[in-house]
Design a binder for this molecule. Sequence first.
Ligand SMILES: CCCCCCCCCCCCCC(=O)SCCNC(=O)CCNC(=O)[C@H](O)C(C)(C)COP(=O)(O)OP(=O)(O)OC[C@H]1O[C@@H](n2cnc3c(N)ncnc32)[C@H](O)[C@@H]1OP(=O)(O)O
Length: 225
Amino acid sequence: MGAPFNYDVLDLTDEQVDAEVRVFGALTAAVRRLNEATLRTTVDHATVEEVRRQVEELTARLEKSMIPDNFGVSFTKGGRIRGYGNAVVGIRNPNAVPLTVVQDKVNGRASAEFELNALHEGPPGQVHGGVVALVLDQVFGEAAAAGGSPGMTGTLTLRYRLNTPLGPCSAEAWVDRRDGIKTIVKGELRRADGTVTVTAEGIFILPRWAREEIAKNGGTPPQFE
Ligand SMILES: CCCCCCCCCCCCCC(=O)SCCNC(=O)CCNC(=O)[C@H](O)C(C)(C)COP(=O)(O)OP(=O)(O)OC[C@H]1O[C@@H](n2cnc3c(N)ncnc32)[C@H](O)[C@@H]1OP(=O)(O)O
C-alpha cells in the first residue's frame, strides 16, 4: 500500500514563503481575534447582525478563489515545509491554538509555550481535556521527529492529574525509548507556574507504507513538521 497522502515539492523562494507567512499569518491572527470577540462580545443584537453581514461579505471575497479542499503539506525545493492547515500549528488555520514547537534534535525533545483562552474552555475557566490531547499529540509527534524516528500516533494515553486553568501553559515531550519501528514518547502539560497538570505517553509508529518506501528507495523517513 502506498502513502495515504501525497505532498508536492514546489518551486517557491524563501522570500515568497516569508511573504505568504507574513500576509496569511496576519489574516489568521485577525480571524482568531474575531473568533474570540464572537464568543465574548456584549454589544447589542443590532450590532451583532450588522457585523454578521460584514463577515459574510468578507468571507464571500475570500471564497472567490479557493483550493479544492484541505491544505495538505508541501515542501519547497529549499526545504521549507508548508503545513499551513495543521490543526495545532498551521499558520493559515485560525482554529489552530496557535503554538510554536521548538525541536531539540540533539536530545529528541520538543517543547512549546502557549496561551489557551476562552475558545479552549471545557469545565468553567479550565482547558478542555480534548484540547490538551490535541496539543500534546502535536508536541509528542514533533519530539519523535526531533529524535529522528517520526511516526503516526498509534496510541496516546493521558493522565489528567490536576485541572489546567485557561491562560499561559507549556508542554514538553521527549523520546523515552525506541522499540524497532515504535518510538515511545513521554511528556507533560504544565501551568504557567510550572505545576504539572497532565502526564502522557505516546507510541509513534513508522507506518507500513513508509517502511516499504524506505526499503525500496532508501533514505530517511518522511517528516512533515
Ligand atoms: C512517517 C510519517 C509520519 C510523520 C509525522 C511527522 C510528525 C508530525 C507531528 C504530527 C503530530 C500529529 C500526529 C497525528 O495526528 S497522526 C494522526 C493520528 N494517527 C493515525 O491516524 C494513525 C492511524 N493508524 C495507522 O496509520 C496505523 O494503524 C499505524 C501506522 C499506527 C500502524 O500501522 P502499521 O501498518 O504500520 O502497523 P503494523 O500492523 O505493521 O504493526 C506494526 C507494529 O505496531 C504495533 N501497532 C500497530 N498499531 C498500533 C497502535 N495503534 N498502538 C500501538 N501499537 C500499534 C503492532 O502491534 C506492531 O507491533 P509488533 O507486533 O511488531 O511489536
